[in-house]
Design a protein around this ligand. Sequence first.
Ligand SMILES: [Zn+2]
Length: 343
Amino acid sequence: MQRLRFVIFVFLFPLCWNIVFMFWCNEIRNSKSLVEVIIPESTKVFLDSIGSRIIEGVDNVVVVEIDSIDKNSWTNITDYGQDDSDDLYRYEIDSLFVFYSDLDELEIINDIQQYAIEAIEPLIEVMGHYIYPYQVRGRKLPIYICNKEETYQKVCQTLTHRNTDFTDTWGLHVHAYCGLETQTSGVILNKGNIYELSNTPEIDLKATLWHEMNHYVFFQSLDLSKELTPYVWMYEGLADYFASLVREQTLLLSESQKQSIMKNTLQSSFDPYTDNYSGGELFYRYFEMQYGKQDVLTLVKSFYTMSLIESFNSMNKDVYQEEQQWKEFVKNNDYEQENKIYK
Ligand SMILES: [Zn+2]
């Protein structure tokens, strides 16, 4: 009897304990953490307000809140365009992107793939990093190339879950979030419209793609558990500042345009909406001229985790002083080199 107790205690008890422990580990592996981190209300207000207006003639960003990001959606399986009935050609020719097009045009897709790959190094320099698929659970960045107006409209409406008319815009970046998980639904290029309106369509297509890829890195980098203030000028100005590496985005401004920009304050989105692009880009240009590219990078990275005020404070800069100097820069900005193309 004594011997039996000894056997139970030394062998069976640890064995049972291990089985129970392994079973418990397996059970909790897929469950959510007990302490749920939530998106601060102020950050949520910003996310919800982004894309509430769709502006003609420029690109737009729409952020949508969705019920859940299921396991399959990370692997591009649920992308619009994966199903044959969606009538899109799918090109998975590398490990970074998935291209969808309404025309079977491999040569052009190869060019666009090249533009996208060329954006990565400069993005690392301006944004501090690039977001590779391994950082977003293996999801490749979906890029839609639309030659027909109806395709562009259909893709935009499907990804945003909205009935808005998107046809007069050149590009759209759609971002989805659910809890603290966040995912880029896709970058959509209105290639048909760009080729119809531009004298140098390849350059403008590339600049639009670079602009949208800048949004991809920006929105994917935001730490949604923090109090953020992503005013529209902060990301549209940044995307134009970046796309200016392909073609200068903000050219000669009229006196009235300058006056309009200067009426704005850095601590809000600009009004009218298009001032967010030119006025925002001029802010980054001013900051680079004043403090150098390294400080632009430091500022951009701080936007991922801090409000605008905190970002300036962390760099020992005063927001009101920066605002005055930026306005002075806008006032004296006489950039006349029209259509300057760098790449
Ligand atoms: Zn944009």
